[in-house]
Structure formats: structure tokens, C-alpha cells
Write a protein that binds this ligand. Structure first.
Ligand SMILES: Cc1cc2nc3c(=O)[nH]c(=O)nc-3n(C[C@H](O)[C@H](O)[C@H](O)COP(=O)(O)OP(=O)(O)OC[C@H]3O[C@@H](n4cnc5c(N)ncnc54)[C@H](O)[C@@H]3O)c2cc1C
Length: 450
């Protein structure tokens, strides 16, 4: 069989790759292939998360402007989309609680950030202890921020609905197909050749494309490395575990409840009390260091242990390890998070501080763990924003972490309009061909600068 030719290949049918395939195919006639190693879309981070449509009050408007704006527009995008597709979109809101003076200062800072990021004053407010008792009598805190522009959804279901829409737009989705090699044509840097192994066949297959989008989630840095893309990052993986609460706790609160993170310099929140869109209540996630982007269980982690240690200590990488390990705060955070993974009591006691009536022994069922792959730089510092790395005719989406699912449609539109502006694709179709209002899309691409 000859080589399959196409205009654009997107690697990874997680929420961002799938959204991008849907938006590109809604606005352009470019031929798109979406290639995914699993048997269906969205089975990794895009299904293994907290399911929050995050209101943007926790994001510094100076340092995280784009993701804050992407999250702000995400609320209306997902609300519309879920209504059209009859997917639950629970407008259940969020309460962030503080019990000491440092935490209270953070709550006021978050109020200011939320307003600066575009939240309406009527949607976010600060409550004192007495007012909290009126609306959440089981919550113990001194001060709280309440925001009603925060919702619960199932991002896995959303990703699969988007994949169906993309297929209707004639995106060619190839499942069970793992990309194993990528190279440029020897004649020019314009043609890209990809090899992939299609389960259960044994033969490798090949595609030629003019433009490649790497949206491989936790594997995206590996794909960039496969292409020899110049960068200065390493990837660390952190597993977030969850515990499902028994039904008797279902009416304990009306909102999801978050506390002020103990380690605010890192890109993780402390375990929270979660209202799920299916009605479940859960506690989680922590952020336990693991050895693989797919290290959901001990077996995978043990298998990845030696290759990972080797990768880190070979050659100049040793400097990175030193820079990372000399940071006392990182070690403190990692040991606390590992303890929360080993000990249910430790994890649940972090939530019990603000929800005193819960008992660790009542939590008997684990939820679905998910893995965040965070990039660090040479100095061992965490990269806080997603990275959209352009190199020749490739785009690499790296470090696409929370609130990545909330912001996926906003980022999908912003990236697609950039591809149009740069002449990679032509705009052949009207915006009315998408599910969304023209004004919402135009406001979004004006504000979400990437
Ligand atoms: C514990 C946790 C909680 C979170 N909570 C929230 C939240 O409440 N709200 C929110 O907005 N965000 C949340 N996030 C973040 C959000 O889930 C992610 O930002 C988002 O899902 C990332 O999507 P993605 O498409 O980049 O990655 P993924 O969903 O991981 O998709 C990447 C895809 O690429 C495929 N792939 C990889 N390599 C190859 C290859 N070689 N060939 C073919 N296919 C390949 C993978 O199989 C995978 O399907 C959370 C994340 C985690 C882990």
C-alpha cells in the first residue's frame, strides 16, 4: 500500500487534539488526520481529572493571563456545547476556604485576580464565618470565597462528543495507532513522514503530511524529542489519586470546596471536596511523583523506574537532578504528597480540616487516578504555563495542564485562527458552521493570546 497523504496530522485524541481537529475542520477544508494510540478518544488525562470548569480566580493575571482568559471563556463554550449535546453541565459553584491569616490574605488576592481576569463582581464574593455557616453549615473556616461561575462536567464524554463532530466534518480518525517515528523529507523541511504501528496489525504504516500538531499530552515532550526539536525542558509526572465518598455524604455540601494550597509555588492544589457531574462526591487529587505518564499502577511504575533514572542521570542531565533535589520545598511537597498516596487517612485528613464530620474509615472505594506531566526548566523550576512551540511546519503543545480541559475550546479557536493567519490553512467556511456564537469566538481570540 502507498503512503497516505494529508494536509495536517494531529497526534493525540485527548481533549486538546480532538478540539483542534473539530475547530479546524469546522472552518477549513484542509484534510485532517487525528491519530490516537488508544481505542477511543480522551482516555488519559482528559478522562482522569476532577471535571471542573474552573473559574479563573486562582490564576495570576500577570503571569497566567492566557490560561485565565481561556478558562473564563471556557465556561460559556462548555455550557453551550453540553446543552447542545445533552451532556450534564452542573452549575454547582465553588467555595475556597481559609482558616488562618495567610490564607485569608490569599482569598482576598484571589478575589482581585478573579475580577481582573474578567469574572463579574456578582459572580464572586467573600463571606465571613457566619455567612459561610448559613450556606454551608458543615464547612469549618474563617473566611471563604464563593464563585458561582464554576461547574462540573465529564470531560471524557465531552472529548468523545467532539470526536464524533470532527468525524462528521470528515476528519479521518485513526485509533489504536501509536506514532513511533517522525522525520522530514530529505529533499525539504516541508514534507513530514510519520510511521505508526496499528494494533493489532504488525506492519508499520506511513503518512505524509504538510503540517504536524503534537498534542500527545504526557508524551508530547517525547514526540518533540523524537523530532530533534530544540528546547530546555524535562518532564516530571505526578499522579493524582481520588477517594469516592459514600452516598451518605452526598448532601454534605452544595459546592465543591477547595482549601488554600500549602505549597502555592507549585502547580498543584491540595486535595479538595469534589462534586462530580454524575452526583458522586470525591476527595482528591494529591500529586504523588511517579515514573511514567501512564504510571497509574505499581507495575507500570516499576517497569519505568530504571529507564527513567537512567534518562535523568546520563550526561548533562545530572545538573537538572541536582537543581531539583536541592530545593527543600520540592522534597517537602513530594514527601507529603507521597504520604497522601500511601495513606488514605493522611489524604482525607487534609479535607477533614475544613469538613470535620467526614471519617476516613467511611471511604472504601478509590476513584480514577490521573497523571499530570509537568515540565521543569534547567534550574529545576516548574513551568507554570502551557507551551505552544512552533518549529518549521510543526506545532508542539507541551505542559498542557490544568485548567487545560476548561480552556480547550478557547485554545482550540485561538490556535486555529493563528494557523489561518500564518497561511497554514485557509478559512473556507463560516463561523456559523461551528456550534458557537460569532461574538463569543471573536471576543475569545482577541483575549486569548498564545
Ligand atoms: C488529576 C488531574 C486533575 C485535573 N483536573 C482538571 C480540572 O478539574 N479542570 C481542568 O480544566 N483540567 C483539569 N486537569 C487538566 C486536564 O485534564 C488536562 O489539561 C487535559 O486533559 C490535557 O489534555 P491533552 O489532550 O493534552 O492530554 P491527554 O488527554 O493525555 O491526551 C493525549 C493523547 O495523546 C495520545 N498519545 C500519546 N502518545 C501518542 C502516540 N505516540 N501516538 C498516538 N497517540 C498518542 C494519548 O493516548 C492520549 O490520548 C486535570 C488533570 C489531572 C491529571
Amino acid at each position: 500500500m502507498g503512503i497516505h497523504k494529508t494536509d495536517i496530522v494531529i497526534i493525540g485524541a485527548g481533549i486538546i487534539g480532538t478540539t483542534l481537529s473539530y475547530v479546524i475542520s469546522s472552518l477549513s477544508n484542509a484534510k485532517v488526520i487525528l491519530i490516537e494510540q488508544e481505542s477511543k478518544a480522551g482516555v488519559h488525562s482528559s478522562s482522569r481529572n476532577t471535571g471542573k470548569v474552573h473559574a479563573p480566580f486562582m490564576y495570576d493575571p500577570e503571569k497566567k493571563k492566557s490560561i485565565a482568559k481561556a478558562a473564563l471563556f471556557g465556561y460559556e463554550f462548555w455550557n453551550n456545547y453540553c446543552r447542545i449535546k445533552r451532556i450534564p453541565f452542573k452549575e454547582d459553584g465553588i467555595m475556597e476556604v481559609a482558616s488562618n491569616s495567610e490564607g485569608i490574605k490569599t482569598i482576598y488576592k484571589h478575589l482581585e485576580w478573579g475580577i481582573r481576569n474578567g469574572l463579574d463582581k456578582k459572580d464572586v464574593e467573600i463571606l465571613d464565618k457566619k455567612d459561610v455557616e448559613k450556606i454551608e453549615p458543615n464547612v469549618n473556616c474563617q473566611t471563604a470565597l464563593v464563585c458561582n461561575k464554576d461547574a462540573s462536567v465529564d470531560y471524557g464524554e465531552i472529548t468523545r462528543a467532539l470526536a464524533n463532530d470532527a468525524n462528521r466534518n470528515k476528519v479521518n480518525t485513526i485509533m489504536n495507532a501509536k506514532v513511533t517515528k517522525i522525520k522530514y523529507s530529505q529533499k525539504s523541511n516541508e514534507e513530514i513522514y510519520l510511521k505508526y504501528a496499528k494494533y493489532p496489525d504488525t506492519n508499520e504504516k506511513e503518512i505524509q503530511c504538510d503540517y504536524l500538531v503534537n498534542a500527545a499530552g504526557g508524551s508530547s515532550l517525547g514526540i518533540a524529542n523524537m523530532m530533534g526539536i530544540d528546547h530546555d525542558y524535562k518532564s516530571l509526572h505526578f499522579r493524582g489519586d481520588y477517594w469516592i465518598a459514600p452516598h451518605k455524604y452526598n448532601s454534605l455540601t452544595n459546592h465543591s470546596i477547595y482549601s488554600i494550597p500549602e505549597f502555592q509555588q507549585f502547580p498543584f492544589l491540595d486535595p479538595h471536596w469534589i462534586l462530580r457531574s454524575n452526583g458522586n462526591r470525591e476527595i482528591g487529587p494529591n500529586a504523588c511523583p511517579v515514573f511514567s505518564q501512564y504510571g497509574y499502577n505499581t507495575k507500570t511504575n516499576l517497569k519505568e523506574f530504571l529507564p527513567r533514572v537512567y534518562e535523568f542521570v546520563k550526561g548533562s542531565n545530572i545538573k537538572w537532578v541536582k537543581n531539583l533535589l536541592f530545593k527543600k520545598e520540592i522534597l517537602k511537597m513530594a514527601s507529603s504528597e507521597m504520604l497522601s498516596s500511601i495513606s488514605k487517612r493522611h489524604m482525607i485528613s487534609r479535607v477533614k480540616k475544613f469538613l470535620p464530620s467526614i471519617k476516613p474509615k467511611d471511604f472504601v472505594t478509590k476513584g480514577t487516578s490521573g497523571i499530570r506531566s509537568n515540565l521543569i526548566d534547567k534550574n529545576g523550576e516548574f513551568i507554570l504555563n502551557p507551551i505552544f512551540l512552533n518549529s518549521n511546519n510543526t506545532l508542539h503543545i507541551l505542559n498542557y495542564n490544568s485548567p487545560g480541559a476548561t480552556g480547550a475550546l478557547s485554545i482550540g479557536f485561538a490556535l486555529t485562527f493563528k494557523l489561518i493567519e500564518n497561511g497554514v490553512i485557509k478559512k473556507d467556511k463560516e463561523i456559523s458552521n461551528t456550534h458557537f456564537r460569532e461574538k463569543l469566538i471573536m471576543d475569545c481570540i482577541k483575549e486569548v493570546k498564545i
